[in-house]
Design a protein around this ligand. Structure first.
Ligand SMILES: Nc1ncnc2c1ncn2[C@@H]1O[C@H](COP(=O)(O)OP(=O)(O)O)[C@@H](O)[C@H]1O
Ligand SMILES: CC(=O)N[C@@H](CCC(=O)OP(=O)(O)O)C(=O)O
Length: 327
């Protein structure tokens, strides 16, 4: 056999086995083009971190986004992990208006669990894929500054202890890491400029504030339900898309962990973020499904008047999907 006459039968066989993979990659091309260079803030909820397989898949997805040219920022939760540690130490754990009542002793535990345990684990998983992840808390380089937060329950102002809301954000350190090709992994703890104490900030609230301050394209919240249920807990109909005004009307009816999540989504889209999505973190590779396919899952919140329709049309609105790329 000469080089000029290769065996013709071997060429189609090789092509055949590689083709499905090539098609999958090419199908992602319009989405890759759309999202290239955009910042995506991903909130990984403690309830979605249910097993090692899901955590590894999460890290693969985030590393994939980074290698695909997006700028992912991770903000993580850890509510169940904090509760377990408080219980081990015999410290009380109570939630009011979806937020943990946090004594100074509990605050030490919150900080230890979020920054010392959950964040370290995620950084470790991400760094299996290269020298990518850098862990921070809101305290570092004053990324987040807090003020004490009071809840309002039945018209009453309620003191939750060391619970903070974000009063100021300095994105400098995060931007520098992103420009350097790193993946910032942020724990939702912030120091107050007023009293110098460290405060426990709900991770949804922190992620939303960061997404708005960074001018992110998308805020993606991974949790342990399929999305926002229209009539929870009576039905499992997921609201697939809603505008900021529609969400604002729904807010008073929401309960528990959905309150800070949806308030965060509203804050994000009212402050320049093109889409805020609540998706099921229990589905492996839910991030990739949401970003790179037309199988949009979960709930998407969009501004009332999106300034860039391209940002909000996919994947929950199939009429306006990116154009097919010729294969
Ligand atoms: N309308 C709703 N739709 C979906 N989940 C809801 C709704 N209202 C309350 N929830 C509760 O909110 C929870 C998610 O919030 P949370 O427990 O704080 O999760 P995470 O740790 O991911 O932040 C769900 O598991 C569900 O129990
Ligand atoms: C004030 C407040 O409630 N802080 C949260 C911070 C962690 C968090 O938000 O974790 P998830 O995203 O897993 O719920 C807490 O102490 O549980």
């Amino acid at each position: 056999m000469t080089v000029d006459n290769p065996p013709v039968h071997s060429v189609p066989t090789r092509k055949h086995t590689a083709l499905p993979k090539a098609r999958t990659l090419v199908e992602a091309l319009p989405w890759l083009t759309r999202h290239h260079g955009r910042t995506v803030v991903i909130k990984f909820g403690g309830n979605a971190m249910v097993d090692d397989g899901l955590k590894s898949a999460f890290a693969q997805d985030v590393a994939f986004l980074r290698h695909a040219g997006l700028r992912p920022v991770v903000v993580h939760g850890g509510g169940p992990q904090i509760s377990a540690q408080l219980e081990r130490l015999g410290l009380a754990s109570e939630f009011k208006a979806g937020l943990r009542v946090t004594s100074p002793e509990a605050m030490d535990v919150v900080r230890m669990v979020l920054a010392g345990s959950v964040q370290r684990e995620l950084v470790g998983l991400l760094n299996r894929h290269g020298p990518l992840a850098v862990g921070l808390t809101g305290e570092d380089a004053r990324i987040m500054t807090a003020v004490k937060h009071y809840a309002e329950i039945d018209g009453e102002r309620v003191d939750l202890g060391r619970v903070g809301e974000v009063s100021d954000i300095d994105t400098g350190a995060i931007e520098a890491l992103l420009d350097d090709g790193r993946i910032p992994v942020v724990s939702s703890i912030a120091r107050s400029a007023e009293d110098g104490h460290v405060y426990n900030v709900n991770a949804d609230t922190a992620a939303a504030a960061l997404a708005a301050a960074l001018g992110a394209e998308t805020l993606m919240v991974l949790t342990d339900v399929e999305g926002l249920y229209a009539d929870w807990p009576h039905s499992d109909d997921v609201i697939s898309k809603l505008t900021a005004s529609e969400l604002e009307e729904l807010l008073p009816e929401l309960s528990s962990g959905m309150v800070p999540k949806m308030e965060g989504c509203l804050h994000a889209v009212r402050n320049g973020v093109a889409t805020a999505r609540v998706i099921d973190g229990r589905v492996q590779h839910s991030i990739l499904l949401e970003i790179f396919t037309d199988e949009g899952i979960g709930t998407m919140v969009v501004p009332d008047d999106p300034h860039d329709p391209l940002d909000t049309d996919a994947p929950h609105d199939s009429e306006n999907e990116p154009e097919e790329t010729a294969t």
